[in-house]
Design a protein around this ligand. Structure first.
Ligand SMILES: [Zn+2]
Length: 489
């Protein structure tokens, strides 16, 4: 057997001002055939797992390009078309193949393409014909369009958020692919549209139990090959946005539809209860100041570069300044120009500086003040589990007793080493402000006396009832109360 694999992934926040071109892919991950490193990034696990599985089976794996860009805004049209055509040309050269196994994210939007992954899958189907297996893995923060479902034999999404199971799901993808090619199963997809959009951390209830139930059904019911919850991505203003249940059965479409519907309505019944309660910046700072012990971690949950924002909001910093808070550290505020100015001034200099809040409305105002430049680091990096995350040239400045880290490569606050590499001892501070929705929790919970989830400003369209969508479906909760027409309940 000969199989072809490739990766094309990013997550597009269509409200983000940070547009993506080829350089952004090259800065995150761009690997020509055969050059992908041995360890996977999130969406490229089908490629690295595929290498192992194909070796074990003694089948031939033909690698195409793997490209991933960190979440941001609209993808440049030429960049998408060039990467897509690169992969299509590689596939053409590899034909005939028995199967195509892709690593996709599923929430890309490119200039002129509302559904780039659907476009790619449809072109692949056209190339290989109806009898060749086409399958892909997806991030649950994606859009499950009809075009993708029509073009692929089956799709598998990560179940966990944070996405700790991306390798497990790539293994599912390959297992089902092999079972299909050896004639043991015939995967068929059934989809249920939950007509809702929400955020579903699986580290807490009720989503924890829901995912455990999916795993149990997969394990115990031989008709069910895979169950996925497409969480949806509320910052992607596209016509098919929303939460969906995807059941892949062994040729039991009716059973799949029934189960997808049952699971989807169970999810809908719990709408609005999945996220940890959030407070505004005033309550967060008041509660942090009143806390007897430190450090209190305030997560600026919606100004998370991991969700495509710039990460330059100043609302929480301004609240700290207004309350004359000291013994606080803020990491990070993205401002490459301010970092350049600090680099020119040098460590120890005291300079007038304007920084932050330049990218978008809803992020506060730029902060002006005389800052002391404490420490400058070129190509700064923080830890994230086993890997290292760059946050670019960075400046640690002090303003009115508050330590602030300015950075030049957008990155969410994964780990307290973000502070220590800039000369700030995070454990000794009373208040730490970071920008992350959920991924920070594992590492910061080890040093925090308390964690406060703060919704400050509107850097991210986090309230779908109020977001000014142009393309997203109207008949979807919370844009309407009763999208399924169940009547009063
Ligand atoms: Zn995701």
């Amino acid at each position: 057997m000969r199989l072809f694999t490739a990766v094309l992934a990013t997550e597009t926040n269509t409200f983000s001002p940070i547009c993506i071109d080829r350089r952004a892919f090259e800065a995150s991950l761009y690997a020509p055939p055969g050059q992908h490193p041995a360890t996977p990034t999130l969406c490229s696990a089908p490629l690295t797992v595929g290498r192992q599985v194909m070796r074990e089976w003694g089948w031939e794996l033909i690698e195409g390009t793997a490209a991933w860009a960190d979440p941001a805004g609209l993808v440049n049209r030429q960049t998408f078309e060039t990467l897509r055509d690169e992969i299509l040309d590689q596939l053409k050269a590899a034909l005939p193949v028995n199967g195509v196994v892709l690593g996709l994210h599923g929430a890309m939007v490119a200039d002129g393409y509302e559904d780039p992954e659907g476009d790619l899958l449809a072109r692949i189907r056209e190339l290989v014909g109806p009898d060749v297996l086409v399958c892909a893995s997806l991030d649950p923060h994606s859009h499950l369009t009809a075009k993708r479902v029509a073009a692929a034999d089956f799709l598998v999404a990560f179940k966990e958020f944070p996405h700790t199971d991306f390798v497990d799901r790539a293994e599912d993808l390959w297992r089902i692919a092999i079972d299909t090619l050896e004639g043991r199963v015939k995967p068929v997809m059934s989809v249920f549209d939950c007509k809702m959009i929400d955020v579903f951390p699986t580290s807490r209830e009720p989503m924890r139990s829901f995912v455990d139930r999916l795993l149990e059904i997969e394990e115990t019911d031989p008709d069910i090959l895979s169950l996925s919850v497409i969480h949806g991505f509320m910052a992607g203003d596209v016509a098919e946005m929303g939460t969906k249940i995807l059941a892949v059965t062994n040729d039991r479409p009716d059973k799949g539809s029934h189960l997808a519907r049952e699971l989807g309505m169970a999810l809908f019944a719990n709408r609005g209860t999945f996220m940890a309660p959030q407070m505004d910046e005033k309550s967060a700072v008041t509660q942090a100041l009143a806390n007897k012990t430190g450090p209190v971690v305030i997560a600026d949950v919606w100004d998370n570069p991991g969700g495509g924002t710039a990460g330059d909001a100043t609302i929480l910093l301004q609240e700290l300044l207004d309350n004359s808070a000291t013994d606080a550290a803020v990491g990070t505020i993205w401002d490459p120009v301010a970092v350049q100015i600090c680099m020119a001034a040098g460590e120890g200099a005291e300079i007038p500086l304007r920084f932050g809040a330049k990218s978008a409305p809803g992020t506060g105002n730029p902060v002006d003040g005389r800052v002391e430049v404490i420490r400058l680091v070129h190509n700064a990096q923080m830890q994230f589990g086993e890997s290292r995350v760059p946050f670019g040239d960075a400046a640690h400045v002090r303003l009115a007793g508050i330590d602030i880290i300015l950075n030049s490569t957008r990155a969410q606050g994964f780990d307290p080493s973000l502070f220590s590499v800039m000369g700030i001892d995070p454990a000794s501070r009373k208040i730490l402000v970071i920008k992350s929705t959920n991924h920070f929790h594992a590492s910061f919970s080890k040093i925090a006396s308390r964690i406060l989830y703060c919704a400050a400003g509107t850097p991210y369209p986090n309230d779908p009832a109020k977001t000014d969508y142009r393309r997203a479906p109207k008949n979807i909760w919370p844009r309407v109360a009763d999208p399924h027409g169940q009547g009063a309940s």
